[in-house]
Design a protein around this ligand. Structure first.
Ligand SMILES: Cc1cc2nc3c(=O)[nH]c(=O)nc-3n(C[C@H](O)[C@H](O)[C@H](O)COP(=O)(O)O)c2cc1C
Length: 350
């Protein structure tokens, strides 16, 4: 059977049988099952036969790093680096681990993820549950010690610990960066999650410079190679807020913008649970922000586009709007394990 037919069949089977069954269980329970499966090579290696394909025309080089294709796993899926070897087998071109914080924390009370199947969306208010930066460093150190490292680039997304006051945010980010710098090809500073109180206020120009300045100082210190640092922004910024934020990101010597995080605007969906909305209802707004960012930056920094990518057409829309790399989370849940391969196959044909 040709590869495109077998992935189409696999995707139909996933949607009709696997997804229908999994969607009967709470989203976070299913996520834990999925992560357990993904952490197990015996599960992901055979999956690789169906889901992994190389697309030479989709290769990208950014920051001197080679990406086998532009579609990465968005932050939040593998928060604790539990399955770093799985993502290349599923056909992704890179993975962004985290968000990880300096201090381990439990996140918000459950339930904290909600599905919107008719709209192909999710609302989450996870609040960065994670084992902390030191635990992630130990886990990745062990992996490297075993000589088993992903062949795709690895980004690490860092956030502020809930217990750290906003005034001490810089030191919190710097310490996570210091603990993890040897394990990431690039870093993302997350100041745009709606689920950590006050976090998005760090997107203001002065607050942003107050974090990015010390981070870049640490980045330039020591014998280690300087790591690219991008900043992840919210889709809910007003037009007049966006320009000064982007100028601050450039001024701080950062290397990219990740656009966008989830939105707090739930006008398009019937469920009004507190948290951030992702998936198809976010797609158009995220693309609009990417286009605005691209216009403002005029090519000064690359954009990593994320928000509502389900198909190759969605991916192309974001590339056309000005993104260099792409990421997805919700589309992977709705489309299943062959998601990355199908998007990349479509992009390669376009
Ligand atoms: C359950 C869930 C958890 C998430 N956790 C994080 C996170 O820890 N850090 C982060 O930067 N973004 C997080 N995100 C946002 C995604 O990385 C992405 O920016 C957003 O979901 C839009 O992309 P999508 O429509 O492809 O899901 C999370 C999204 C979901 C659905």
């Amino acid at each position: 059977m040709p590869a495109s037919l077998s992935t189409a069949f696999f995707t139909s089977f996933y949607k009709a049988v696997v997804r229908t069954t999994l969607f009967r269980f709470p989203p976070e329970t299913v996520h834990h099952w999925a992560m357990a499966g993904l952490a197990c090579g015996a599960v992901t290696r055979p999956m690789g036969l169906l889901c992994r394909e190389s697309f030479p025309t989709l290769r990208r080089t950014l920051w001197g790093i080679e990406f086998p294709n532009p579609l990465g796993v968005a932050a939040g899926f593998d928060k604790d680096a539990l399955a770093p070897l799985a993502w290349e087998r599923l056909g992704f071109g890179y993975v962004e681990l985290g968000t990880v914080t300096r201090h381990a924390q439990p996140g918000n009370p459950k339930p904290r993820i909600f599905r919107l199947p008719p709209q192909h969306g999710l609302i989450n208010r996870m609040g960065f549950p994670n084992d902390g930066a030191a635990a992630m460093a130990a886990r990745l150190g062990k992996l490297r010690g075993r000589g088993a490292w992903p062949s795709i680039p690895v980004g690490i997304n860092i956030g502020k610990s809930k217990i750290t006051p906003l005034e001490e945010a810089a030191a919190d980010y710097v310490e996570s960066f210091r603990l993890l710098r040897d394990y990431a090809d690039y870093f993302v500073v997350n100041v745009s999650s709606p689920n950590t109180p006050g976090l998005r206020s760090l997107q203001g120009r002065d607050a942003l410079l107050g974090i990015l300045g010390p981070l870049q100082e640490e980045n330039g210190r020591g014998a280690g190679k300087r790591k690219p640092i991008a900043v992840k922004i919210a889709p809910d910024l007003r037009d007049d807020e966006l320009g000064p934020i982007l100028d601050a990101i450039v001024e701080a010597g950062c290397d990219g913008v990740v656009a966008t995080n989830t939105t707090v605007n739930k006008n398009a969906v019937p469920l009004k649970e507190e948290g951030g909305l992702s998936g198809l209802p976010l797609r158009a707004r995220s693309t609009e922000v990417i286009a605005q960012v691209a216009r403002h930056l005029g090519g000064r920094l690359p954009i990593l586009g994320v928000g509502g990518i389900f198909t190759a057409e969605d991916a192309k829309e974001k590339l056309d709007a000005g993104a260099t790399l792409l990421q997805a989370y919700t589309g992977f849940i709705y489309e299943g394990p062959a998601f990355a391969r199908r998007v990349c196959a479509g992009l390669a044909k376009a």
